[in-house]
Design a protein around this ligand. Sequence first.
Ligand code: ATP
Ligand SMILES: Cc1cn([C@H]2C[C@H](O)[C@@H](COP(=O)(O)O)O2)c(=O)[nH]c1=O
Length: 225
Amino acid sequence: MKRGRLIVIEGLDGSGKETQSRLLYERLEEWGEKVVRISYPRYEKESSALVKMYLRGDFGENPDEVSPYISSTFFAADRYASYKTEYESFYNEGGIVIADRYTTSNMMHQGCKIKDQKERQRFLDWLWDLEFNLYKIPIPDKVMFLDIPPSFSMERIKDRKNKITNESQKDIHESNELHLRNAYEAAVQMVDKYYWTRIDCLKNGVPKTIGEINSEIMKLVMENR
Ligand SMILES: Nc1ncnc2c1ncn2[C@@H]1O[C@H](COP(=O)(O)OP(=O)(O)OP(=O)(O)O)[C@@H](O)[C@H]1O
Ligand SMILES: Cc1cn([C@H]2C[C@H](O)[C@@H](COP(=O)(O)O)O2)c(=O)[nH]c1=O
């Protein structure tokens, strides 16, 4: 039996992950592929209880107050629960899974809390071991990083409601400009180190259209079929 494929759409808040992962899902479904789409964190599920506490600031209003090793265990547990209850057999029987965020979000948003490069790598290696060797969730086949600079990300999310309570109060990452900038810098490093595919979402400083970005994603998916 042939295992399936895991395609991750990654990027900063407001970069277009939901939009693009939905379009990719719809296109593949139209073509008759066996495909599911998953979005992390899964706020509506019990397994995200500690993620919600963390993001709404119950453990500290500043993300840096919470050790990345501790917060990572919350997000990883939600991914494990999702794999075991939602898509393990589908994936093992050859289905295509499209993820809007994955372990890669954790690498960016928790890894960026560690400034010392050796210590950051130690954390990334620990995270890899936790999620892919201990929990044995699938390793992504392809990570597409939707590259928009933090200033565009902040503009896109400024009037948006948070996903935990659906109120205007932002979560502790979204409300922290420095955190978003640090996460972006960390992601740029990871694109090279982990062979993510960077999709430049700007052309001459202006955002590409949703359709243009979708075409680039479709091309990459076709090339890697
Ligand atoms: N290329 C684009 N040009 C202009 N607006 C866009 C583009 N892509 C997405 N948007 C808009 O930006 C907003 C954020 O998009 P989306 O929800 O897809 O981002 P996201 O990366 O999933 O965000 P988050 O991680 O914060 O949930 C939406 O209103 C969407 O319609
Ligand atoms: C999956 C995942 C997410 N995060 C961070 C990334 C974002 O700042 C929030 C989620 O926000 P969204 O509005 O739902 O997109 O959480 C993380 O740190 N680790 C993870 O594994």
